[in-house]
Design a protein around this ligand. Structure first.
Ligand SMILES: [Zn+2]
Length: 111
């Protein structure tokens, strides 16, 4: 019994399994939600994209301008606001109108 114990095969996951991967490159250790998140596209000093998970609702990670409270305010509080013709709402409105006109034109052409 005792002698057999020493010869026993090590069971995977039974003991303290130290991962062989470099802890600085733990890409598989992050939770699934983070792994599926869109990636930050900021260019790093190495020239490649940052590829850290982007903050929700922003195209950048928390280190590249995605953090809460960073960036300029929306609307009239923004320094480059002139007359409201280029707010997100105005641009979206024009896009919808443009799509509508395009749809009507294709409809008229087809019939
Ligand atoms: Zn980043």
């Amino acid at each position: 019994m005792r002698a057999n114990h020493g010869d026993a095969q090590p069971v995977n996951g039974g003991g303290h399994m130290k991962s062989e991967a470099n802890p600085m490159h733990q890409t598989t250790q992050e939770p699934l939600r983070l792994r599926l998140a869109p990636r930050c596209g900021a260019r790093t000093r190495s020239g490649r994209p940052c590829s850290s998970p982007a903050v929700k609702g922003k195209p950048r990670c928390r280190m590249h301008g995605g953090s809460r409270g960073s960036g300029a305010p929306k609307g009239t509080r923004n320094g480059s606001y002139k007359h409201g013709a280029f707010t997100c709402e105005a641009i979206a409105e024009r896009r919808e109108l443009r799509d509508l006109v395009r749809d009507v034109r294709t409809l008229l052409r087809d019939t």
